[in-house]
Design a protein around this ligand. Sequence first.
Ligand code: BGC
Length: 354
Amino acid sequence: MKKGVLILILSLFVVMSFSGCTPSTDNTNENEAPAEDPIVIGFSMADLRVERWQRDRDLFMEKAEELGASVVFVSADLDSDVQETQAENLILQGVDVIVIVAHDGEKAAAIVEKAHDAGIKVIAYDRLIKNSDLDYYISFDNVKVGEYEAQGVVDVVSSGDFAYLGGSPTDNNAFLVKEGSFNVLQPKIDSGDINLVLDVFNDGWKSEEAYRQLKAYLDEHKTLDAVVAANDGTALGAVQALKEFGLDGKVPVSGQDASLGACQMIVEGKQTVTVYKPLKSIADKAAEMAVAVAKGEAVETNQVVNNGKIDVPSYLLDVVGVTKDNMMETVIKDGFQPYEEVYQNVPEAERPPK
Ligand code: BGC
């Protein structure tokens, strides 16, 4: 420790001698503004398993680079301890700002604190970081996501035995999406039209887990009327379980993300609804926010969201419910998924005109 302090003092002395006491040897014209250090953004993601996150990463990096910043990207593979260590590393590297998709919205509060100790601001991307002095939050309207999911299902089957396959309990979005779905389901549960037979969370939003959860129910009860699944990954697990009981394509299933697999299942009649969240909008906006934060400029927000400790300045984007009927004018029109791939298993004569 003492040796460290000594080295520090000596180095400071060396730096001071070169910068102050000896004549400058560089050729910078005194009238020119000193070149600005390029901005470095640390981008910490919870995992890359779900299709959307790779896209979020690529779009974010593209926009950040267009704005003259560089990005150090890390992914924690669904482990909050790994995410914290990786964030500590970003802090040590001296990044100008940290953008996080938190695996655990409670535990990530420690990252905010450590970043702040080092004078680095933190932006929560898509998932809120709870009970912390988080600087900014950018996401979609996740309650509306849940409403579209349940409404899409209820539009097809409005009574009977319903299963709710939720998201990860470490992710605040799982609660917001559930809140939205229950805005639609609860009145029908109260009136006795809907019998909620399964209501589960799912660590890590895993397809395999959703499959296991629904299969366990079906093994015992053999039948079901509807599945409200919290995202396209859990929807996929649900459809696989339904298939084993001859129920795929018969029981409505929801999801979100407009992933290629889900869009294909929708046009093939195996999934009922997904929710399209324009990822370019969130990635571009987040990159702009990060650069503004790093430069100390004003950051555009459109509301505040309370995270249990403070009102976090936030930017929430709108979402679109997608069924077979509006696939063409939403996901396809925006170029989010290609027509040829979405309709690849639909006979050409049955495809909508391009
Ligand atoms: C996101 C979803 C995603 C899920 C699983 C949620 O926080 O909002 O878009 O499907 O995480 O990764």
